[in-house]
Design a protein around this ligand. Structure first.
Ligand code: A2P
Length: 263
């Protein structure tokens, strides 16, 4: 029997689910126990999902936890007719998900050259990998200033990011490590809030420079971008116009991008 189960799992690990939290009617997060021996770099993603009709149905999810954490947290959108999220959103405490224990990704320090300021641009659930990067000591060892931006359509969608900031400031070790280096800029585009507009517009019209002290500059700044395909395209174009060179794990550069999970 066990042999059959193992075969069906095809090298996947089974993880028990805890702390499910529904942030809005479109987003939720959950935590899983971290399997012994599973290592990853902050900012990486893994394939996770559910066994459906005896087969693993998996999608790429950024790990929201920093690399030192005992748990693995994931932040997900809910898509009504999405093959995986339509099922995943009904997870209950104690259920099991499957994970292929092979973390990968480019939103990692190894893919960036040294710099002074680190900009983390996200929209929607693209915030997920930055929940990891902003809690990694390496981020504050390598950069003097870290700017996390999160843009969503509505105010309630910003809650996960605000909660992340509260988790950092409420934790003695984390808040000491971060000090005053981290700035969080949360904006909305379709509902009134104290800060409004797409971050691409903020970069172009100088609002980001005003909020952070200086315009983006490839000489001093490094950039990680995570969001929808359209968002990535526009942010990438701005970076390239400014002279930033895209990095990868094999050839570190000045900016890196990754698509946020979509269905
Ligand atoms: P907007 O409301 O102006 O489209 P989505 O849910 O479509 O992925 O959008 C999430 C957030 O990302 C929204 O606030 C949206 O703004 C913003 N956004 C969408 N496309 C882009 C883009 N090309 N560049 C920057 N921000 C974008």
């Amino acid at each position: 029997m066990n042999e059959l189960v193992d075969k069906a799992l095809r090298g996947m690990a089974l993880l028990k689910v805890r702390n499910i939290r529904h942030w809005t009617d479109r987003t939720f997060s959950f935590n899983c126990d971290r399997p012994a021996g599973f290592r990853f770099r902050s900012g990486e993603f893994v394939m996770i999902g559910l066994m459906v009709e005896g087969k693993p149905l998996v999608r790429a999810y950024s790990i929201c936890s920093p690399s030192w954490d005992d748990e693995l947290e994931f932040y997900s959108i809910k898509v009504a007719d999405g093959p995986l999220t339509s099922r995943l959103q009904h997870l209950c405490e104690g259920d099991e998900i499957v994970m292929r224990p092979k973390p990968v990704g480019t939103l990692v320090h190894d893919a960036l050259l040294p710099g002074k300021r680190l900009f983390l641009f996200s929209t929607g659930t693209g915030m997920a990998p930055f929940a990891s990067v902003t809690r990694d000591p390496e981020t504050y060892e390598k950069f003097e200033q870290v700017v996390l931006t999160h843009t969503c359509r509505q105010v309630d969608e910003l809650a996960y990011g605000h909660h992340l900031m509260a988790r950092i400031s409420g934790d003695d070790l984390l808040s000491e490590m971060v000090g005053d280096k981290l700035t969080h800029i949360a904006t909305t585009t379709r509902e009134t809030s104290p800060a409004m507009g797409r971050m691409t517009d903020w970069i172009r019209d100088g609002r980001l420079a005003a909020a952070t002290g200086a315009p983006l500059d490839p000489a001093t700044d490094r950039v990680m971008i995570c969001g929808s395909m359209a968002m990535l395209r526009d942010h990438k174009a701005i970076c390239e116009e400014l002279g930033f060179v895209e990095g990868s794990n094999s050839e570190p550069g000045q900016f890196v991008i990754e698509k946020a999970f979509v269905d």
